[in-house]
Structure formats: C-alpha cells, structure tokens
Design a protein around this ligand. Structure first.
Ligand SMILES: NC(=O)c1ccc[n+]([C@@H]2O[C@H](COP(=O)([O-])OP(=O)(O)OC[C@H]3O[C@@H](n4cnc5c(N)ncnc54)[C@H](OP(=O)(O)O)[C@@H]3O)[C@@H](O)[C@H]2O)c1
Length: 183
C-alpha cells in the first residue's frame, strides 16, 4: 500500500504505532504536535518520518504548515487526523486548503473518540469535496458480554491501520454497543 505524501495530526501519543506504519507506507510523512520530546521520540522510530511543532488550534500556523508541506514535498495524498474538540474548524480548514492547493485526489482519515459530539459530526458531514475521500474511524470499547474496558494504545493503532487498509467510509474499533455497558 502506498499512502504517498502523508500528514498526521494528533499521532504522537496513543496513535504512535499507526503513525510509524503510515510513515513506512508513505513516500514522505510528517507528524505534527506541540510536545517537542514526543516529536523527537517518534522521529527516532522511522527514517521516513519528519516532525513539526504545531498547535492545531492556531489556524494561521496550521495553514502555514500544510502549505509548507506541499511546497517541500508536493501534493498531499493522505491526512490522518485525531483532532480534539478544541479545534472545531481544523478539519474543514485542512480540506479546503488541500483542495485549493492541488488537483490530485487525496484521503482524510478521521479518528474519533467514543463519545464524539454528534453536532460536530453533523457539521463535518457538511464538508464537501470532490477530491477528498473521507474515511472515519471511531474508537469504541471492548465488551465480552460480561466485562467492558477501553481500548489499549496497541488496539487503537491496529484499528486505525486496519481502517486505512480496508478503505471503508466508516468503521468502529472494538464496539459501541451496548452503549450502556461502556467502561
Ligand atoms: N475508546 C477508547 O478506548 C479511547 C478513545 C479515546 C481516548 N482514549 C484514551 O484516552 C487517552 C487520552 O487521549 P488523548 O487524545 O489525550 O491521547 P494522546 O494521543 O496521547 O494525545 C493527543 C494527541 O493529539 C495531539 N494534540 C492534542 N492537542 C493538540 C494541539 N492543540 N495541537 C497539536 N496537537 C495536539 C497530541 O500531541 P501533543 O501532546 O504534542 O500536542 C497527541 O499527539 C489515551 O491514552 C487513550 O487510551 C481511549
């Protein structure tokens, strides 16, 4: 699988395993985050991975970083985004900017937490793009019929990798049912 030029937002923590996999399957990959130590540690795990310090709540800085990636490494093919509700406009900004910069098709892989805000999802469903393929991966929990627990970091990364490989528009890692049995 060739993911082309890839950008990863929110991939330095629990998604570090998935970020490494993306870098290994990309022509070039950049992971963004605020914490320098985390970025440095992650950069050591793959020769194909570059990192940049970014607070994605700063729209101007976000736009500059996406532009910089494009100018340096060419059209963007894959974006993985685990973006918290602190930056509600970040996804639409990324989609609009990449669509504006390039004619190439690309994919946006959005990772969402278990209790993701329904209003926010609705707003994001209004993001329209003819160039972008949207892949949504929702994180659930593990339930064996008796006991439930949250996903481990390894399970989260493995689920995100599977979601990218399967190319399904929507998938769930673990389960969201029965919702009342969540940990
Ligand atoms: N269903 C589930 O099982 C489930 C679902 C969600 C979460 N969780 C658990 O909840 C825990 C906490 O989740 P978390 O999201 O805090 O985990 P995390 O993955 O450790 O951290 C969030 C990621 O987003 C980045 N980030 C956050 N705010 C940012 C900003 N303003 N600008 C740029 N990057 C930003 C962080 O980088 P920087 O720190 O460098 O900024 C990091 O890469 C995890 O340990 C996970 O196990 C479980």
């Amino acid at each position: 699988m060739n993911l082309g030029h890839a950008l990863i937002f929110g991939g330095t923590g629990m998604l570090a395993g998935a970020t490494k996999w993306v870098a290994e399957h990309a022509t070039h990959a950049t992971a963004f985050g605020r914490n320098e130590q985390r970025l440095h540690r992650l950069e050591q795990t793959s020769a194909a991975l570059g990192t940049r310090q970014l607070d994605y709540t700063d729209s101007e800085q976000l736009e500059q970083e996406v532009q910089r990636a494009y100018d340096k490494f060419g059209p963007i093919h894959t974006v993985v985004a685990w973006i918290h509700g602190t930056a509600p406009g970040a996804r639409s900004l990324i989609v609009e900017q990449i669509d504006r910069m390039q004619a190439d098709v690309w994919q946006l892989v959005t990772v969402r937490g278990s209790s993701h805000d329904v209003q926010q999802i609705k707003k994001e469903q209004n993001i329209v793009s003819e160039q972008c393929r949207f892949i949504d991966i929702q994180l659930g929990f593990i339930y064996d019929g008796r006991v439930s627990r949250w996903l481990t970091h390894d399970e989260i990364s493995a689920g995100v990798i599977r979601g990218i490989k399967d190319q399904q528009a929507v998938s769930v890692v673990g389960t969201l049912e029965p919702w009342d049995e969540r940990p």
